[in-house]
Ligand binder design. Structure first.
Ligand SMILES: Nc1nc2c(ncn2[C@@H]2O[C@H](COP(=O)(O)OP(=O)(O)OP(=O)(O)O)[C@@H](O)[C@H]2O)c(=O)[nH]1
Ligand SMILES: [Zn+2]
Length: 201
């Protein structure tokens, strides 16, 4: 089984010329003329866009979560509705929606900055992904770095590979969750967290 928490090599960079050549080749394969007016800059543009869309390949999640501090809080911390754009590794088209990330600090009371939770979502989303692995990786990174009593991650997303092609079901929504620690072992805690996630303000 693939290790879902294993990070790629963060030192490897993005090969812009290679990406540009590949996009040019793709345009040719489509029967397009990559030298026509509107397409001349497209390979460079797409390569730059890919560099941005997959920037999470070169970010170390453990560094993002390196800063922790003690606020003496031992109850749930939940950031809801974090906008999330990722790319399906099967078709290289977008799946996007929202992520909800919650945790209960460990006995040390160590918490991380709220923005770091969104950063972790972002960095794992900016990789070729499947939604299940994305959800799992976010949860496992928090477990690894915060040693919390529990972690809950829920992602709701629409997959454009199911909307604009293939089965063509726009509006279909996929929900995945990953629970760790107390949220796995205690149904009441899990239920309370899920209720807060579902609650609309
Ligand atoms: N479990 C899971 N499946 C995904 C995700 N993103 C895309 N898929 C699915 O991956 C599958 C790939 O199936 P294949 O049969 O190899 O590819 P395909 O012929 O393009 O499949 P269709 O999309 O059904 O046309 C499809 O069923 C997609 O819906 C994801 O995040 N999680
Ligand atoms: Zn897909």
């Amino acid at each position: 089984m693939t290790d879902t928490t294993e990070a790629p090599t963060f030192t490897s960079g993005f090969d812009q010329p290679r990406a540009e050549a590949a996009v040019r080749e793709l345009l040719l394969a489509m029967g397009e003329d990559p030298d026509r007016d509107g397409l001349q800059d497209t390979p460079a543009r797409v390569a730059r866009a890919y560099k941005e869309m997959f920037a999470g390949l070169w970010v170390d999640p453990d560094e993002v979560l390196a800063t922790t501090f003690d606020v003496g809080h031992d109850e749930l911390v939940l950031v809801k509705d974090i906008p999330m754009y990722s790319t399906c590794e099967h078709h290289l088209v977008s799946f996007h929606g929202v992520a909800h990330v919650g945790y209960i600090p460990g006995t040390t009371g160590q918490v991380t900055g709220l923005s770091k939770l969104a950063r972790v979502v972002d960095l794992y989303a900016k990789r070729p992904q499947v939604q299940e692995r994305l959800t799992t990786q976010i949860a496992d990174a928090l477990v690894r770095k915060l040693d919390p009593r529990g972690v809950i991650v829920v992602i709701e997303a629409e997959h454009l590979c199911m909307a604009m092609r293939g089965i063509r079901k726009p509006g279909a929504s996929t929900t995945t969750s990953a629970v760790r620690g107390i949220f796995k072992t205690n149904a009441i805690s899990r239920g309370e967290a899920l209720e807060l996630i579902a609650r609309r303000t």
